[in-house]
Design a protein around this ligand. Structure first.
Ligand SMILES: [Zn+2]
Length: 344
């Protein structure tokens, strides 16, 4: 972002009187009005816009005071404003819903909506008579609800099972708390936001994750979103839960599925198996003559349900077949096989 020398653009000295600025503007505006320059419409349009922008600032007492003060802090202001613009375009590019954190600063949205330069948008679009004042259409008295914010939280299945408080950090673009978004404090450029009126800072929240939260579920933190402007209420913060797939348990709604490898003898003869649950291993009884891949239902051992109670855990019994046999084992299997054929 480049500094704009508005005095130079209007061809007036820095201490120029209001009326001299006005007459310089009028003269230049007449000279460069696109209607008066049919031979060079592009150049005229650019010039006309530049002159209008300069007058928008120098012709307004509040904006001019801020502009004059900005020069001494320009390096910091530039760094701050550039960082904020980068942050905004990254946030927009990533499709991250930011609500409208620029409300009050950029009328009509971010990204040069004023039709003027980035320099103007960053420092002057919310200041003075055409800024956040009652003259702005539809904003009288000027009060606006803050934007909703949204972020994600990554959870393991165990996290979703346990629920509870979890910290979330979120970068938010807020009105500067020191100057209230004007960029001016005690008649000088606000030392905190360097005149931009905005602060991008990391805010930490504690999110109460409900037990049994589903993947994709949105958790609402009322009033924790973007700051309201002019006494308007704050927006909300939405946390989207992202529950990562688990290596052991497969989740279907509130039910869980888990594989339990067992010996084929336990399926055939009956026995016991150790089975993993969300709260530790348990022992289950395998009835004799259980088929391979049979599902055993353990009631209430699934995920917590949002409205109370628990889902079920289904245990899939997977018989382990030997891939190599000793000569003795082979002999016995052959004998079993012949018995089965004869006796069946
Ligand atoms: Zn400030």
């Amino acid at each position: 972002m480049n500094y704009k020398d508005y005095y130079k653009i209007l061809g007036v000295p820095k201490g120029a009187a209001e009326k001299d600025i006005k007459s310089a503007y009028r003269k230049l505006a007449r000279k460069w009005h696109p209607d008066a320059n049919p031979g060079k419409p592009k150049e005229a349009e650019e010039k006309f816009k530049e002159i209008s922008e300069a007058y928008e600032v120098l012709g307004d007492t509040e904006k001019r005071r801020k502009y004059d003060a900005l020069g001494s802090d320009w390096e910091n202001a530039q760094r701050q404003a550039d960082a904020q613009r980068r942050y905004r375009s990254a946030a927009q590019g990533a499709g991250q819903p930011q609500g409208d954190p620029f409300a009050g600063m950029h009328q009509g949205g971010a990204g040069g909506a004023s039709g003027f330069s980035d320099f103007f948008d960053s420092f002057f679009s919310g200041v003075g008579r055409r800024g956040a004042g009652p003259s702005a259409p539809g904003r009288s008295p000027f009060a606006e609800r803050g934007g909703d914010l949204e972020t994600e939280i990554d959870l393991t299945l165990a996290d979703a099972f346990a629920g509870g408080s979890r910290p979330v950090a979120l970068q938010i673009d807020d009105a500067c708390p020191r100057c209230g978004g004007t960029g001016v404090a005690n008649n000088t450029i606000c030392p905190q936001c360097h005149g931009t009126g905005r602060m991008i800072h990391t805010k930490k929240f504690d999110v109460n994750v409900p037990k049994g939260v589903r993947d994709g579920q949105r958790i609402r933190l009322a009033g924790q979103g973007g700051a309201g402007v002019g006494g308007g209420p704050n927006g909300d913060l939405f946390i989207v839960a992202h529950v990562k797939p688990d290596a052991k348990f497969e989740r279907r709604g509130d039910d869980l599925y888990v594989d339990a490898p067992v010996e084929i003898y336990d399926l055939v003869l009956g026995g016991e198996a150790r089975v993993a649950t969300m709260t530790g291993d348990v022992s289950v009884t395998i009835p004799a003559g259980t088929q391979n891949n049979k599902l055993l239902r353990l009631g209430g051992k699934g995920m917590p349900k949002i409205k109370g109670g628990f889902g079920d855990l289904y245990v899939r019994l997977i018989g382990h077949l030997p891939s190599t046999l000793t000569p003795r084992e082979r002999e016995l299997y052959e004998e079993l096989a012949s018995l089965r054929t004869v006796g069946a």
